[in-house]
Design a protein around this ligand. Sequence first.
Ligand SMILES: Nc1ncnc2c1ncn2[C@@H]1O[C@H](COP(=O)(O)OP(=O)(O)OP(=O)(O)O)[C@@H](O)[C@H]1O
Ligand SMILES: [Mg+2]
Length: 467
Amino acid sequence: MSDSLAHSSLRNRPPIRVILVDDEEAIRKATRQWLNLAGMEVEDYSSAETALSAIEPGCDRVIVSDIRMPGMDGMAFAREVQRLDPDLPVLLVTAHGDVRMAVEAMRDGVYDFIEKPVEPDLLIDRIQRAGEKRRLVLENRNLHRLLAQRPSLESRMIGQSPAMVALRQQVLQLGQTPVDAVINGATGTGKELVARCLHEFSGRGEHPFVAVNCGAIPENLFESELFGHEKGAFTGADQRRIGKIEHAQGGTLFLDEIESMPINFQIKLLRVLQERKLERVGSNREISLDLWVIAATKEDLARASVEGRFREDLYYRFNVVELHLPRLSQRRDDIPLLFEFFAHKAALQYERDYVEPDAQELALLMDYDWPGNVRQLKNIAERYVLGVGAARSIQAMLGQGEQPESPSPGQSLAERVQSFERQLIIQALRRHQGSIQAVTEELELPRRTLNNKMKQYEIRRRDYLPG
Ligand SMILES: Nc1ncnc2c1ncn2[C@@H]1O[C@H](COP(=O)(O)OP(=O)(O)OP(=O)(O)O)[C@@H](O)[C@H]1O
Ligand SMILES: [Mg+2]
């Protein structure tokens, strides 16, 4: 990933921000225009004193200041800035006779100086270089801070397999340059956990993490759920509603089961991702967005896009950074560690004793295929600790429910799979007395998929309601 990450972070770089200090308004105005044209953001100040109050240590800025100004001059200003943050780049603009002063300034550690009359291209080039250097300094500082926290990521994402070690590193790296990303992996492999860790271990941890399960939102409500709406935007919109996207402002939007996003909504999402702006339904006002978008999918999005179920452009937007979660059976070394982790936690939670599994039980755990991956292992570990009757036997737990009912002869594979699927849904509905919510959770199905399957197999919910 590192190649594509470096590449994409270049493309997605935020604009360089410049603090411009000059007492002459005409110069400020002209300079500002040049810099804006070069894609930079400019805050300008007519005095060093006012500029100082806007500068914070650790801020992502390049400072450009004139030297001769009434009140605090550029040299004194640069020294104050350096006191706040010694790595903040300051470019001093010097008049012709000031070369000696400039040399002195360089000796004092001021970043750079540039001679009047200022050549716009030269100024832009210098600012760009300074901005680049500043960004590296900040990334470095952040990385140091994160490395200090590393043990805590290790205690969130358990596992010492090479895949998990690499994944933890990716999580820390990606937090530095939050590029929209997709997490890919089979059911229960830890996609949501990784998304949360990405958020928590980036600079956005203090801001909201908003998870949206795209498979659970009815198609006709999608737009208003995500974008929000104004009062009166449509029949039934009797109040303004802030959408999920807006709720994630400043933080991270997690789009789970992205493959089930309705195709006609995908284009709208793409626009939001590209422009970082949205309009609530029924409003013309654009709201600027600052968010990190992380998607998750169990599907092969490349294939879904070839088959026309997923927009190709949206797929390309996400696949720049892809985190892949291997199945548990592809990292068996992690099984004992994870089992112990979940069993310990359950023992604490339910105030039970934890008796370590013996060698034979451990071998069973290691050999098992884990179709439900980490989630299934967690369930087994919890049941093991709770030790309800025979459930304490790992052998019994793992043997359970693995054998499909004996198939009727003469059916095609597809028919057998369907009849098995139908049975599973009926059993789950019976077990949960018709609670759709409970069934979607147990079978890990998006609600819409469950509805479709119930229709297809002519299963009626009311047949399973209590009473
Ligand atoms: N490496 C790990 N360390 C600790 N806990 C983990 C790890 N991986 C997964 N888990 C736990 O396993 C459970 C399932 O993980 P999660 O919900 O993130 O999976 P998922 O890939 O989103 O599943 P689904 O595809 O069904 O939505 C969660 O309780 C999660 O905390
Ligand atoms: Mg999930």
